[in-house]
Design a binder for this molecule. Structure first.
Ligand SMILES: O=C(O)C(=O)C[C@@H](O)[C@H](O)C(=O)O
Ligand code: MG
Ligand code: MG
Length: 389
């Protein structure tokens, strides 16, 4: 039982907003004829540089070929020595390790003829509550467009939303006001996500300004790695505070400083399902909650997160993976399913991640490489195709 080959395919997938995210589909082949699939999702984030996928493939080949795919811990150790953790949220090495680790899980679970959730500890739940994201307002005109998004998605069964906030406060407030007036208690705002753009004191001021709106939690209300700042924020406001986990050291510091209430854990930002399970276990040991975050994956990455969420004991907040609803297309024959605001976990009877690549679709969205084209820092921060300054 040995890995015989690895293939990487780049796709550029437009969102309904027009913004294009680039992803790499990973296929790992085993000598017995099975193939595991994974996804290195959404490389289209700052820092604004791109990786050479031919080079990446050569390195991954040298690490993987000849290995037993069940040696997941060993392989992860080796991957880590080539693509090390840094203390940065969008570190691309984590994305690379995540795609490989997912493909190994898919491959091993397929070899055992079980689902990934069963491979990583079994199922606590068959569906995961998720929320729909409202991207950051820069202009007042965007408020009406975003209220329209809430209207349309509410009709589809989504009743929880989250708001990226902090750039145009008047617009943020007009949006919150519009949602409250039109939907009242039928719609919940899960979070204001400041995405590390504000220092903790400014985040306190903004949170206080919006205190009359019913928001469940506040995310990333300090600059990256300001563990004391997060704690100061947490002590000043009543809301629970969530922060993404992007390295073990960073999670350790957040536990040590008692900086947060909720760890936002997504395989992409911590380098795979294996690491995400460790981060969730660390949260559990520290008496903290979890939610599953997102970079906005396609169906392969989202299925991996559904299996992860299914297996966790301390997933007790609304989660974020909603990529397949945001993108104009997908790369599988059987996309993940959303029902009444829940992401359904692919069934036990489906082996591996439970999704199958659709090469017709992949051909349609295939890209030569991860190059950027003409995108601005604003577009990258705010996930919009809106080029206006
Ligand atoms: O909670 C977050 O933070 C995100 O969801 C980050 C987003 O920027 C996401 O990665 C996206 O691409 O929309
Ligand atoms: Mg966030
Ligand atoms: Mg993303």
């Amino acid at each position: 039982m040995k890995i015989s080959d690895i293939r990487l395919t780049v796709v550029g997938m437009p969102r309904h907003t027009g913004f294009v995210s680039k992803h790499v589909i990973v296929e790992i082949e085993m000598d017995e004829g099975l193939t595991g699939i994974g996804e290195m999702s959404d490389f289209s984030h700052l820092p604004h540089y791109s990786l050479d996928t031919r080079d990446m493939k050569a390195v991954l080949k040298s690490i993987l070929v000849g290995q037993n795919p069940f040696d997941i811990t060993l392989i992860n150790q080796e991957l880590l020595s080539h693509f090390p953790e840094t203390m940065f949220y969008y570190e691309k090495g984590n994305f690379i390790r995540n795609g490989v680790d997912a493909a190994l899980h898919d491959l091993c679970a397929k070899a055992l003829q079980i689902s990934v959730a069963d491979f990583i500890g079994g199922r606590m739940k068959e569906k995961i509550k998720v929320c729909y994201p409202i991207f950051r307002h820069r202009f007042m005109e965007e408020v009406e467009e975003n209220l329209k998004v809430v209207r349309e998605r509410f009709r589809q069964g989504f009743d929880v939303f989250r708001l990226y906030a902090g750039k145009n406060l008047d617009a943020d407030e007009a949006f919150l006001d519009g949602v409250r007036t039109e939907f009242g208690s039928k719609v919940t705002i899960k979070s204001l996500d400041f995405s590390h753009l504000l220092d903790w004191k400014s985040a306190v001021q903004v949170t206080q300004r919006f205190s009359s709106y019913d928001v469940q939690l506040i995310e990333s209300p300090a600059v990256q790695n300001d563990f004391e700042g997060l704690r100061h924020f947490r002590m000043k406001v009543d809301h629970p505070v969530s922060e993404h986990v992007w390295s073990y050291r960073q999670q350790y510091e957040m536990i040590k400083h008692d900086s947060v209430d909720i760890f936002n854990i997504s395989p992409i930002f911590i380098g795979g399902l294996t690491n995400a399970r460790k981060a969730a276990a660390a949260a559990e040991v520290a008496g903290k909650s979890c939610l599953i975050g997102t970079t906005q994956e396609l169906s392969v990455g989202t299925a991996a997160m559904a299996h992860l969420g299914s297996s966790l004991a301390n997933l007790n907040h609304t989660s974020d993976p909603i990529g397949p609803e945001l993108y104009a297309g997908d790369i599988v024959k059987n996309p993940v399913i959303y029902e009444n605001g829940y992401l359904l976990v692919p069934g036990r009877e489906r082996h591996g991640l439970g999704v199958e690549l659709d090469w017709e679709q992949i051909e349609k969205y295939k890209a030569d490489d991860l190059s950027w084209g003409n995108v601005s820092a604003h577009q990258l921060q705010d996930r919009t195709s809106q080029a206006r300054k």
